[in-house]
Ligand binder design. Structure first.
Ligand code: AMP
Ligand code: MG
Length: 395
């Protein structure tokens, strides 16, 4: 049986970034990855500008006090028309271009003015360049301001706008179809009858898909018959990724592996040395990645975080898989005994990680507070507080 690392390696090998597509500033999604180098078409600021409301002067004229002649007023959005000579000042506002001759701005709070054409400066220590932002400080025309691979954060949208980049190519956001399977399942809107339970995995995997930055579509519930599975799976195989929940164990009605194989899905592994979620399946058909997650809710949850999420990140052009693994001291003594490596729900707390009370794969409620899972090695373990443990964070 494959261990988690080997299984993940197989998934990673099949999860290449999608082909770039053109998009627009209005349509691009937060978190998408830029597929081109974006260059600036401007200097920013485009002119040397004042960063304060006050007076543009020659720094050498400053004294406390000294009276200067105000020769002009320059609000933002206008341009100065006069040269500032010795003994002169220009009334200036934040964002307005600096007049020639002046090399510093004295903020209005350090001045007094009784009439529009005179100002008294009360600042003896004015350095050349004070409160002045030279042209091109932020960027120069031709600079690569956003290299390919940049994640579109809100700041990146601002930079795209400031360089007038209205159309550009990004890695498209992957589409994920989600299919629940099982004769016992009813939609959450219904009250379960005898022997029935609500489909909790559907909405959960939908939300996990969104959290991973991909676009989910819910395909409903397939019954434990080949015909029902076939119908829904065929639909899901048109997507970038198909996630199935349930029906991958060894039971008589666990028909998912057979139907997938019948539909031409190449099964690359089925079973991983882990707990919860051993019967996890991964395959491909063309460019579509197929994950069969065991139906127990926490098995589905952990299977998604360990294998589906890294795949979705790679399809979307990200490479942030490694960031989620780390070693932390455990917050309190903790004992366990498992026959396989076990992913135990945990909470990150001030540089440590605390194991949460949890009774196993059906205990979805037990992982509500979990922002991480501790990876417990197989066998009997007895951790003392402070002992380092391997952790995968899921937020
Ligand atoms: P399976 O993997 O189909 O053998 O299912 C394992 C367990 O998970 C069974 O107790 C199922 O009833 C339960 N289960 C399967 N699918 C879901 C689902 N979508 N929502 C909640 N529980 C499920
Ligand atoms: Mg089932």
């Amino acid at each position: 049986m494959l261990d988690v690392a080997m299984a993940l390696e197989i998934v990673v090998r099949h999860a290449a970034a999608r082909k770039p597509e053109m998009t627009t500033l209005a349509a691009a999604a937060l978190g998408q990855v830029l597929a081109i180098d974006v260059r600036s078409d401007i200097d920013s600021p485009p002119f040397t500008k004042s960063m304060m409301d006050g007076y543009a002067i020659r720094a050498a004229d400053a004294a406390s006090p000294v009276e200067l002649v105000v020769i002009e007023e320059v609000p933002a959005g206008t341009v100065p028309t006069k040269y500032v000579n010795v003994g002169e000042a220009v009334r200036i506002f934040t964002g307005a271009p600096m007049p020639d001759g002046a090399d510093a701005v004295v903020m209005v709070e350090k001045t007094q003015s009784q009439s529009p054409d005179r100002v008294r400066i009360d600042d003896a220590f004015v350095k050349p360049g004070q409160h002045v932002l030279p042209r091109g400080t932020e960027m120069r025309s031709g600079d690569v301001v956003l290299p390919h691979g940049t994640v579109l954060t809100p700041a990146a949208f601002g930079v795209l706008a400031s360089v007038g980049m209205m159309e550009f190519s990004t890695i498209p956001t992957p589409h994920v179809d989600i299919l629940a399977t099982g004769d016992e399942l009813v939609e959450p809107t219904r009250t379960p009858g005898p022997g029935q339970i609500r489909n909790s995995n559907g909405p959960m995997l939908f939300a996990q898909t969104r959290r991973a930055g991909a676009i989910p579509r819910y395909l409903g519930i397939a019954r434990d018959t080949e015909a029902s599975l076939r119908l829904k799976i065929e639909e899901g195989l048109t997507s970038d990724v198909l996630i199935l929940a349930g029906g991958v164990s060894a039971g008589k009605l666990d028909l998912v592996p057979k139907v997938l194989a019948d539909l031409g899905v190449k099964i690359l592994f089925h079973q991983v040395k882990m707990k919860p979620g051993k019967p996890l399946l991964f395959g491909t058909k063309g460019d579509t990645l197929v994950f069969g997650l065991p139906g127990n809710p926490v098995s589905s949850y952990v299977g998604f975080e360990l294998f589906v999420r890294p795949a979705l990140r790679l399809l979307a052009g990200h490479n942030d898989g490694e960031m989620r693994m780390r070693t932390l001291p455990i917050a309190a003594t903790f004992a366990a005994d498992n026959n396989r490596p076990t992913y135990h729900p945990a909470k990150l707390e001030a540089g440590t990680v605390r194991a949460l009370p949890w009774f196993g794969s059906p205990d979805l409620r037990g992982i509500i507070a979990a922002d991480a899972f501790i990876v417990l090695p197989p066998g009997s373990i007895n951790y003392l507080a402070g002992q380092p443990v391997e952790v995968i964070s899921v937020l």
